[in-house]
Design a protein around this ligand. Structure first.
Ligand code: DX5
Length: 210
């Protein structure tokens, strides 16, 4: 299974709507970055803003926040299908996984570039996807950190089935190597939305996965 997931990192609801319009018809999944200004040094639109937008996208919320549980109720009031939380923000990872499960969401666990793979391995059989940050979380447009390639490769060698997502710094010039080491979902913000022709760029990225 290979999928490109456009990422929208913004604090402006009009920008959110504009970007959703630009990828409408290209994809069925979109990632919304939710930031609390504490786990990362940036803030974003809120999940309640998303609830005001009628759309047929499947959304995943990338929660770059300290208190994951506080966002689950508002996630439920939108059409969020997958909640991705950071292992670095969780005191009780099992407890958070359980809470997200009771809400009925798909569960993703994210790790930052400097976080060892060992921190998420105990949960790989109880989450739906493991998300590797390719950049320091909180801002788009950064360069992908090559050390993350090896982490993805290591996980794929350990588990041939787990769904692997990579997010941050993914572009035309590195999506092929990320695909070759076993990633399934490619979350792309700047590498897609900075293109003059987004539809053409989406197809170019898709081509790299065939
Ligand atoms: C990084 C976020 C990414 C970001 C996309 O803090 O988690 O989703 O919006 O990154 P780029 O723009 O590098 O694709």
């Amino acid at each position: 299974m290979k999928k490109i997931i456009p990422a929208i990192l913004t604090d402006d609801v009009n920008d959110l709507k504009d970007k959703l319009g630009k990828v409408h018809g290209l994809t069925d999944w979109v990632q919304i970055d939710i930031m609390d200004g504490r786990f990362v040094n940036n803030t974003s639109v809120e999940l309640k803003d998303l609830a005001q937008i009628s759309t047929d996208f499947n959304f995943e919320a990338h929660l770059m926040v300290l208190e994951t549980e506080k966002y689950l109720q508002s996630a439920q009031e939108t059409n969020i299908k997958r909640v991705i939380f950071h292992v670095e923000a969780a005191d009780n990872v099992d407890g958070i996984i359980e809470k997200i499960r009771t809400y009925g969401f798909e569960i993703g666990i994210a790790l930052n570039p400097e976080t060892d793979l060992e921190n998420v391995l105990p949960y790989k059989d109880v989450v739906d996807v493991i998300l590797f940050l390719g950049v320091k979380p909180g801002f788009g447009g950064q360069d992908f950190m090559p050390s993350v390639i090896d982490k993805i490769k290591q996980l794929r060698e350990i588990d041939s089935n787990i769904l692997i997502e990579v997010d941050g710094g993914v572009k035309l010039d590195n999506i092929s190597v990320l695909n070759s080491v076993g990633a399934n979902y490619f979350v792309i913000g700047t590498g897609l939305f900075s293109a003059p022709d987004i539809k053409e760029r989406f197809n170019q990225l898709q081509q790299k996965l065939t």
